[in-house]
Write a protein that binds this ligand. Sequence first.
Ligand code: AMP
Ligand code: ZN
Ligand code: FE
Ligand code: FE
Length: 314
Amino acid sequence: MVMSSQSVRSDGGDSPFRSAGLADLHLHSVHSDGTESPAEVMRCAFAHGVRTAALTDHDRISGWSEAAGAALGLGMTFLPGMELSMKTELRTLHMLAYLFDPDNAPLRAEADRIRRDRVERAQRMVRRIGKDHHIRWDDVISAAPEGATIGRPHIADALVARGIVSTRGEAFTEILDPGSRYYEPLYAPDPLTAVRLITNAGGVAIAAHPVTSGPESFLSRKEIDELIEAGLGGFEIDHRDNTPDGKAMLQAIADEHDLIVTGASDYHGDGKPNVPGENSTTQEMIARIIERATGTAPRFPDARNIVQRSDDRA
Ligand code: AMP
Ligand code: ZN
Ligand code: FE
Ligand code: FE
């Protein structure tokens, strides 16, 4: 069913946001480690019933304009986003950022720094793997789309292309896992810095899939409280990798502090089995994200956007 653009836009009532259909606020394109272009990601999300979508490539925003154009053309609402890498002494974590100012200098500089280290870190990993397997840096270059935010998934694709493993998933379990002797850590800010950078850029920080190995796999209660104090907006709870006891723990904290909770797919095209719309975020929560953000506006498929786009063409 294709809805009229008007039915997607706010139509009054208590909430400033009204949208039928599913809302998927965590989608990756070839601008990071997904396998589809931003426009293809939006078309795929639409085909799965998604009517509000965010593009959240790792440490990069270069897919926003293509995704926004495609989403609006389909009558969808588009939220610009990013998945910022962060880490503690114990583990790498991810922070979803929505509606921040894309020109904010400190946040841009940090994302640039992470992306630069992603390349060097991948080269270090490939050097290690190359001692045991027939793989070279050129294989990763060939496997990664031009301009992609380099990540372990591209090393996985190179391992698949070389016939060393048969899928990205197998590459992760056999060779790329943090417990593997080939693993190299990535430069990333600590969680408190990540929340401050995003919040100071007018964005909303939502901890991505925080409890993939249970309640203990995120941060201590004290650290979580510090993040909330620093402006953490909430948690991505409905994600296929979060455990049931982890979700319960996060929901209890969200209830206690009246935080935002989201659900999303973390779609990576063919790179993962995750399907757009497999989890969704409520209208109420999207309205709260929009109300809280000051960095950039959501793109609504309303008359004003359509006029702007026809102006562009003139
Ligand atoms: P990196 O940012 O280079 O450390 O790589 C992390 C990325 O690898 C994340 O985007 C994950 O979605 C992806 N990833 C992690 N485990 C797997 C897996 N088993 N199969 C496919 N992709 C994975
Ligand atoms: Zn990814
Ligand atoms: Fe992630
Ligand atoms: Fe992700």
